[in-house]
Design a protein around this ligand. Structure first.
Ligand code: HEM
Length: 399
C-alpha cells in the first residue's frame, strides 16, 4: 500500500519520509496520515532535522511504552535526543520516577479528584451560561481552553488573573509547526517565560506556604531529602505542558464529533448515561498524544533497526485506531465494550491526571448539552488542526 506522502528513499533499509508531525493541516489530516502510514508500514524513518524513527505498529507502540528499560524517558522530544532541560516526572526513569509518582498520586487519586467535582462543575456551568444565549461562539476560545486551564491554576495555586498569559504561552510552546519555528526560538522564548514565572511562584511559597499543590510538594522528601528548587521547577514546567493543552484539545474533538454526528448528539441528550462511553470513544478515535523515547540499547521495533541513543516516536493514534484491536476502529460507538484504549498512555508514565481529565471532559459534555443540546458547525469555516498534539485551531459552533 502506498501513502500520499512521497518517500525520500530508505534509511538502513527502512522507508524514509520528510515527516513533520507538527505541521498544521485540514481537520482530521493528522489522524488520516497516521492511518495511511500504519496501513503501509510497521515503522519508518523521519528525515526531519537529524532524523528519528517512527513506530506505526499499534501493538509495538504499547509494548515500547511499557518497556522503560529499553525505551528511556531521558528524552521525550523526537527532535532533541540530548535535551538540556528536565521535566519531572515525565523525563525520569524508574526507580526515581516511581518515587515521584507515589508522592503525586494522592493529589490526583480518584478520591481527590471526586472531591473537586462540585467546583469543576460550577466553573463549567458558569462559563457555558455566559455563552448560551449568544447563538454561537468559537467554543475553543470561549470555553474549552479556559475551563480546564482555570481548574488547573486553582489546583496548582496560581493567580487566576494570569489565565490569558498562560493561554498565550501554551500556544507558543505547544502549537507551532516546524515551519513556523524551525530553530525552536519561539518555543524556547515561551519556555523561558514559563520558567521565570514558576521560579517566582516557587520563591513566593518558600517564603510563605499556602494550601496548594506547589506548597505541598515543597514538603515532600525523596530519599530523605526535601525537593530542591531545580526539581520543583522541572515539576512545574511539566505540569504546565501536561495539564494545559490536553483537556482543551479533547473537549474540542468531542464537541466537533457531536456537532458532526447529530444522531449521536441526540442520543446523549436523550440518555446522558451514554456520555461516559462516548467521551472515552472520542479520546480513543481522536487520540492526539505522540510520546517519544530514547533507545537505551540497540533494538529492532516495527522493523526499524534502532541504535542506542536514537529517538523513537510512538504515536498513540496507531494503537487506538488499529483495526486489529478495535472493530470499526474509526467509529465513536457509545455501546462499545472494548475500552482498552491507550489515549492516556501506557506503562509507568501513564497519565497522572487521567482521573481529573476524565472528570473535566465528562462535566464539560454534560453541562454543555444540558444548556445547548442542539448545535452545529457554523458554516463558512475551514477547520484546521495545529500543534504537535493536533488540536482543532478554532471551532465555531452555532445554535
Ligand atoms: C484528556 C486529557 C489528557 C490526555 C489525553 C493526557 C494524556 C497523557 C499521556 C498520553 C501521557 C503519557 C506521555 C508519555 O508516555 O510520554 C500523559 C502523562 C502525564 N499527564 Fe496527562 N493527559 C491528559 C490530561 C492531563 C491532566 C489534566 C494532567 C494534570 C493536571 C496531566 C498530567 C500528566 C502528567 C504529570 C504526566 C506525566 C506522567 C509521568 O511521567 O509519570 N494530564 N498524559
Amino acid at each position: 500500500m502506498s501513502t500520499t506522502l512521497e518517500p525520500e528513499g530508505t534509511h538502513e533499509g527502512v522507508p524514509a519520509y520528510h515527516f513533520d508531525n507538527r505541521l498544521g493541516g485540514p481537520v482530521l489530516s493528522h489522524q488520516h496520515r497516521w492511518d495511511e502510514m500504519a496501513g503501509a508500514h510497521s515503522g519508518f524513518r523521519s528525515t526531519i532535522a537529524r532524523g528519528f524513527w517512527v513506530v506505526t505498529d499499534g501493538a509495538a507502540v504499547q509494548e515500547a511504552l511499557q518497556d522503560w528499560r529499553t525505551f528511556s524517558n531521558t528524552s521525550v522530544t523526537a527532535l532533541e535526543p540530548n535535551p538540556r532541560f528536565l521535566w519531572i516526572p515525565e523525563m525520569l526513569d524508574p526507580p526515581l520516577h516511581s518515587k515521584w509518582r507515589r508522592l503525586l498520586g494522592k493529589d490526583f487519586s480518584p478520591n481527590a479528584v471526586a472531591a473537586r467535582e462540585q467546583e469543576v462543575r460550577k466553573v463549567a456551568a458558569d462559563m457555558i451560561d455566559r455563552v448560551k444565549d449568544s447563538g454561537g461562539v468559537d467554543v475553543l476560545d470561549e470555553f474549552a481552553r479556559r475551563f480546564p486551564t482555570l481548574i488547573f491554576m486553582r489546583l496548582m495555586g496560581l493567580p487566576e488573573d494570569d489565565l490569558a498569559t498562560f493561554l498565550e504561552w501554551v500556544h507558543e510552546l505547544l502549537h507551532l509547526s516546524y515551519g513556523e519555528d524551525p530553530d525552536g526560538a519561539r518555543q524556547m522564548a515561551a519556555m523561558n517565560a514559563v520558567s521565570d514565572y514558576f521560579e517566582e511562584q516557587i520563591a513566593l511559597r518558600r517564603q510563605a506556604p499556602r494550601d496548594d499543590l506547589l506548597s505541598r510538594a515543597m514538603t515532600w522528601r525523596i530519599d530523605g531529602e526535601l525537593i530542591d528548587d531545580r526539581d520543583m521547577h522541572a515539576f512545574c514546567v511539566l505540569m504546565f505542558q501536561a495539564g494545559f493543552d490536553t483537556v482543551p484539545i479533547s473537549i474540542g474533538w468531542a464537541l466537533y464529533h457531536f456537532a458532526t454526528h447529530p444522531e449521536l448528539r441526540e442520543a446523549i441528550v436523550a440518555d446522558p448515561s451514554l456520555i461516559a462511553t462516548s467521551v472515552e470513544e472520542t479520546l480513543r478515535v481522536y487520540s492526539f498524544v505522540v510520546p517519544a523515547r530514547k533507545a537505551a540499547k540497540d533494538v529492532e521495533i516495527g522493523g526499524c533497526p534502532v541504535k542506542a541513543g536514537e529517538m523513537v516516536m510512538l504515536p498513540l493514534a496507531v494503537t487506538n485506531r488499529d483495526p486489529e484491536r478495535f472493530e470499526n476502529p474509526l467509529e465513536v460507538d457509545p455501546h462499545r465494550e472494548t475500552t482498552n484504549h491507550i489515549a492516556f498512555g501506557s506503562g509507568p508514565h501513564r497519565c497522572l491526571g487521567s482521573h481529573l481529565a476524565r472528570l473535566e471532559l465528562n462535566v464539560a459534555v454534560e453541562e454543555w448539552h444540558k444548556r445547548i443540546p442542539d448545535y452545529r458547525l457554523a458554516p463558512g469555516q475551514d477547520l484546521e488542526q495545529h500543534g504537535n498534539m493536533y488540536g482543532i485551531k478554532s471551532l465555531r459552533l452555532e445554535w
